[in-house]
Unconditional design. Structure first.
Length: 150
């Protein structure tokens, strides 16, 4: 009986020390999903290739030399976990923006945590870059403004 208590105490000590050292190899708040880091890197590369002025204009709120101020809007693609072939493509959803010129489009994760259960949303969204003058029209059609740093 005494040996059993000692064994239980040793287990608690080992578990406690393991949980305390869980973040010792890296900061606890560091992203644990490298694929999301790669997505953010691709987005910044796309901005760079599209032109630094567009990225600056989107964040600063001042028009650039190449044209009107651009903003990004997004909408969930509607995909569900464990359901194959769900979710709308960026091309099909772009039809909802009929009459609004789209300068760039992409599909990516919203970057938020989602419960992992069949039938729940995947968190995939479609993002479109449009002129800021059309933001109100896009919002009326169910799109939301994408804030950088989300």
């Amino acid at each position: 009986m005494e040996a059993h208590r000692i064994l239980v105490a040793v287990c608690f000590v080992l578990i406690g020390s393991a949980s305390l050292s869980a973040c010792s190899s890296r900061p606890c708040r560091e992203p644990r999903m490298p694929e999301l880091d790669q997505t953010q890197a691709r987005t910044s590369e796309a901005k760079t290739s599209a032109g630094a002025n567009i990225g600056t204009a989107t964040q600063s709120g001042s028009p650039d030399e190449t044209g009107p101020l651009k903003v990004r809007v997004y909408k969930s693609d509607g995909s569900r976990q464990c359901e194959k072939r769900t979710g709308r493509s960026v091309e099909s959803m772009e039809r909802e923006l009929a009459g609004i010129p789209v300068h760039h489009r992409e599909k990516r994760s919203d970057g938020l945590m989602h419960i992992q259960v069949c039938g729940s949303p995947t968190g995939m969204i479609n993002i479109y870059e449009i002129d800021s003058s059309n933001l109100k029209k896009a919002e009326e059609r169910g799109f939301k403004k994408w804030e950088e740093g989300r």
